[in-house]
Design a protein around this ligand. Structure first.
Ligand code: NAD
Length: 367
């Protein structure tokens, strides 16, 4: 289990430190975990004048999985686009072929009041959005600006998906649904877009290989509405890059704080990059107040998706819930007037719950 740790910038090092303690505890129980740390983003620029230093990419390539904190910060805002911190993340996604982005939006009962929606609407929320990450209008060509036939300047982009691209993300969607409650909603705009008509045809075809999964199709505008009207009607959603970008941010708000949500970006073989969905939070960096749970939950996703160890993932998630059940809240989760704890204290609570949980059952070959 070779894991590359890329803490990045801002609160990245603080939250990855807490996730690393979880990995250390699991290693001390006998899991064959090896970690190595490398700079990315602004810290990559500081170390090697590039947001994705060659040595960092080389480490990520040989690792089985990558754990990333976050990148970015005001010190790097003036850099030319190709040297800006976010190029580090875009570069690593592209270089590793990470085409499937999984974002669970799960509301822990302990946090039912932290959502902006009524507790009775979001209680029990447990949705996973599978978003295609390397295609669609973000990458299609031609794109650019030109003067049209009326002499007006216009901007244009190209929405594009090939059959193999749709097939491989559809399969991730069906496999994800199969591990959950066997219900998949494919989101498109097939009433207007040719790309979506093809998307719907291909997803329907792939569904024949998954007779145990109930497939529904939904237009994206309706999906955006249903996500706030009745979010529990969804289990697994599969969609393209543009629609997934918007719907996954919408879904993240249902779950309370941005500091709670992990994500996975996977290649065709289950190798993955795991990261919290939030950024580097420069406004609170260095103060020891950031919520480390999204990063710790990203480690749980790593065990589920790359290492096929649902038992370890479930134990980490249970430890997070136990810490929340004790009433510990970082500032982003605390109700107005409620006392908040720091990053380390919440990490301590997860660690003690993890230690008091059942020791992990070893598989053959693990010492
Ligand atoms: P952000 O997610 O960093 O912060 C938004 C707000 O949420 C801030 O008020 C922040 O304090 C709070 N917040 C975020 N994570 C938190 C946590 N774990 N605990 C408590 N509070 C938390 O988004 P932003 O402010 O728009 O961007 C800041 C920097 O992060 C920018 O440079 C941006 O480019 C970068 N960014 C990076 C990523 C990434 O690394 N994947 C994603 C988004 C933004």
């Amino acid at each position: 289990m070779k894991i590359a740790l890329l803490p990045g910038d801002g609160i990245g090092p603080e939250i990855v430190a807490e996730a690393t303690r979880v990995l250390d505890a699991l290693r001390s129980e006998g899991l064959p975990i090896e970690t190595e740390t490398a700079p990315i983003g602004g810290s990559g620029f500081d170390a090697a004048h590039h947001p994705l230093p060659d040595a960092t990419l080389a480490l990520a390539r040989v690792a089985d999985a990558v754990l990333l904190g976050a990148v970015g910060g005001p010190a790097y805002d003036g850099l030319p686009r190709e040297l800006r911190p976010e190029q580090g993340i875009l570069g690593i996604r592209k270089a590793l072929g990470l085409f499937a982005n999984l974002r669970p939006a799960l509301l822990y009962p302990e946090l039912a009041d932290a959502s902006t929606l009524k507790a009775e609407v979001v209680a029990g929320l447990d949705v996973v959005i599978v978003r295609e990450l390397t295609g669609d209008i973000y990458f299609g060509s031609p794109r650019g600006r030109r003067t049209n036939e009326h002499g007006d300047e216009e901007g244009f982009d190209t929405m594009r998906y090939s059959v193999p691209e749709i097939e491989r993300i559809a399969k991730v969607g069906f496999e994800t649904a199969r591990r959950r409650s066997h219900r998949l909603t494919s989101v498109d705009k097939a009433n207007v877009l040719d790309t979506s008509i093809l998307w719907r045809e291909v997803v329907t075809r792939v569904a024949r290989d998954y007779p145990d999964v109930a497939l529904a199709h939904m237009y994206v505008d309706n999906a955006a509405m249903q996500l706030v009207r009745n979010p529990r009607s969804f289990d697994t959603i599969v969609t393209g890059n543009l629609f997934g970008d918007i719907l996954s941010d919408e879904a993240s708000m249902l779950a309370g704080s941005i500091g709670m949500l992990p994500s996975a970006s996977l290649d065709a073989n289950g190798k993955g990059l795991y990261e919290p969905i939030h950024g580097s939070a420069p406004d609170i960096a260095g103060r020891g107040v950031a919520n480390p749970l999204a990063t710790i939950l990203s480690v749980a996703m790593m065990f589920r998706h790359t290492f096929a160890r649902d038992d370890v993932a479930a134990r980490i998630e249970a430890a997070v819930r136990a810490a929340l059940a004790r009433g510990l809240r970082t500032a982003d989760l605390a109700a107005p007037g409620e006392a908040a704890v720091g990053t380390r204290a919440l990490g301590d609570a997860v660690m003690s719950a993890l230690r008091s949980g059942n020791a992990i059952a070893m598989k053959d070959g693990e010492s």
